[in-house]
Design a binder for this molecule. Sequence first.
Ligand SMILES: [Zn+2]
Length: 76
Amino acid sequence: MTNTDAGPWTTEHRLTIRTQIESRPGPLNEATGDRWAEHRKTGLTLIACNCGFTTGWAPAAELPALAELTAQHGGT
Ligand SMILES: [Zn+2]
């Protein structure tokens, strides 16, 4: 390898947060026949990293703040 070649591919740390949502068909509007979807948060949150690390779904209050985890784990 010379110093003009591309470097190696790496799975760098990139933390992201996902918030779990649950959905259901709402009540039927008998006048219009429409049924709107309803969505709400379950209270579970997951932090995942591009490197493969994940906290798994957990109550948001039990997970560290993203800034704190970034300081411990690495990434931006
Ligand atoms: Zn990572």
